[in-house]
Design a binder for this molecule. Structure first.
Ligand code: ADP
Length: 465
């Protein structure tokens, strides 16, 4: 030993090997030279027998100092990389919030101006406003994609599992692309077995994947059809879902590359069709996180089929849907007039102004709070018919405020609509919300949610778009 004391013989594997007449192996041990320096060794001891008598032990030493040093270097490099990755994810999460907040204002206010087309805007002005809005949406999509990727990479993607009707999800997705398909002479349809049971998966993330697959299918198909086909087993359990198109197809030597971040089938794709090459990488990772796989088959000039094969996943949490919550009509909101009072809880001035404007258009009387304390005070005083709640509030967070409202004797049944950039990250904490809307909210979303929760005589009919 380095201090000169002797290694207890009973602890020595060489001794054990001889005593018990067995072979022993030691993976990694520190041995000390006489000069006090150490080395790492691995060794094996085997007893030697002579005419049935134990005559000795053969011990085979290997100096593993270099190997252990290399392993330690690897562990240190991994720790440094993990720290860098964590810092990158944190940076992206922060930056994306900082970027999304002003972007939501740009998009929201551009849309408000576009709708005032009866005003003094020339056709050119309206075109420029349209460009501001669509470029803003494009940038927002990119930021959301990059954030999703960093979350998946950092293993921080959370899922909310529930029993999902794939039939309904497929139809909803196709509905979103109806106008685009008509412009291209492409038929959109579903091919779904009659008795299809639901699938335990994350509805929001599954829809995100479907939107990406159908969006791509349409983008690369000039004419023909885009079909969402679902196959089930004999019991009706969904086995796989395919998005099939009759488009340009993908060259065989580029099939593997399209799932790589920022890769496209050929270098002219982004010039001809736009896109960044992030969608499929995200879709495949999301499928894997949900326990499914995403595969592609394609023939150039004939078409492409993207197939999700469903794995088994457990139900973790099912969010309450609006229909299961009783609609309340607080008496004070009627106060002589039919206009309902709604409370907007939002600390960011532009977002407050935009939401207020959209609610104003539905005929509601809007009151505002910028903090949780002010919100509780105003809500108890005015008993609003609905509350619109941002999550990123200072001091008391939106999630905590939702919990406080839900446990308040007077306010517990007031429908609360979450309006946030980070709603997806907190879905498991939003049980009890009447609806969850991602920023930027549109006029239609606000009108729909107000119509759903308020009696019709309190809601102004839609103005022409
Ligand atoms: P993006 O569409 O933004 O470029 P994706 O990751 O969604 O990014 O797709 C990567 C590439 O894969 C596309 O640029 C395109 O070259 C190819 N691709 C994806 N889907 C199809 C499809 N249905 N038909 C033909 N090519 C496709």
């Amino acid at each position: 030993r380095p201090d000169g004391s002797e290694y207890p013989i009973a602890e020595c594997p060489i001794h054990r090997s001889a005593k018990d007449r067995i072979a022993c192996e030691v993976e990694d041990e520190v041995m000390w030279r006489k000069d006090g320096t150490s080395l790492r060794v691995a060794y094996a001891a085997s007893p030697v027998h002579d005419d049935g008598q134990l005559s000795g032990v053969v011990v085979n030493f290997r100096d593993i100092t270099a190997r252990r040093l290399a392993e330690l270097e690897l562990i240190m490099a991994r720790d440094v990389a993990e720290e860098a990755s964590r810092a990158k994810s944190e940076f992206l999460a922060r930056m994306s919030h900082e970027l999304r907040t002003p972007l939501n204002s740009i998009i929201g206010f551009a849309n408000v101006l576009i709708r005032k087309r009866g005003g003094s805007f020339t056709p050119d002005d309206l075109t420029y406003l349209g460009r501001i809005s669509s470029s803003g949406m494009h940038l927002l999509g990119l930021i959301n994609d990059i954030l999703d990727l960093s979350k998946i990479e950092a293993g921080r993607m959370t899922l909310e599992m529930s029993a999902v009707s794939l039939d309904a999800l497929a139809r909803e997705t196709l509905d979103q692309f109806e106008t685009q398909a008509k412009e291209r002479r492409v038929v959109l349809r579903t091919d779904v077995p009659a008795a299809l049971s639901s699938l335990d998966t994350d509805a929001v993330r599954m829809k995100q994947v479907l939107i990406n697959l159908v969006g791509n299918a349409l983008k690369f198909t000039e004419r023909g059809e885009v079909v969402i086909a679902i196959v089930s087993d004999a019991t009706g359990r969904p086995v796989r879902l395919s998005v099939r198109d009759t488009g340009i197809g993908i060259p065989a030597d580029r099939i593997a590359a399209i799932f790589t971040v920022f890769e496209q089938a050929d270098s002219t794709t982004s010039r001809r069709f736009g896109g960044t090459g992030l969608g499929l990488a995200i879709s495949r990772s999301l499928c894997e996180v949900m326990g499914h796989t995403l595969e592609v088959e394609s023939i150039e000039g004939v078409g492409t089929t993207m197939t999700i094969c469903f794995g088994h996943s457990a139900i973790a949490w099912v969010r309450r849907t609006p229909s299961s919550v009783p609609v309340t009509q607080p008496h004070s909101s009627l106060d002589g007039s039919d206009a309902a009072t709604v409370l907007v809880v939002e600390d960011e001035p532009d977002a407050r102004l935009l939401l207020g404007h959209l609610l104003d258009e539905t005929g509601c009387r809007v009151i505002y709070a910028t903090t949780g304390v002010e919100a509780l005070h105003l809500a108890r005083m005015h008993l609003p018919a609905m509350i619109f709640l941002d999550l990123g509030l200072p001091a008391i967070s939106g999630v905590d405020l939702l919990r406080l409202f839900r446990s308040d004797e007077i306010l517990k049944d007031t429908p609360i609509v979450i309006v946030s950039v980070s709603a997806n990250d907190s879905r498991s904490l939003l049980d009890g919300a009447a609806a969850v809307l991602d920023k930027p909210v549109t006029r239609d979303q606000i009108r729909d949610v107000v119509r759903l929760w308020l009696p019709s005589h309190m809601v102004r009919q839609a103005a022409p778009t």
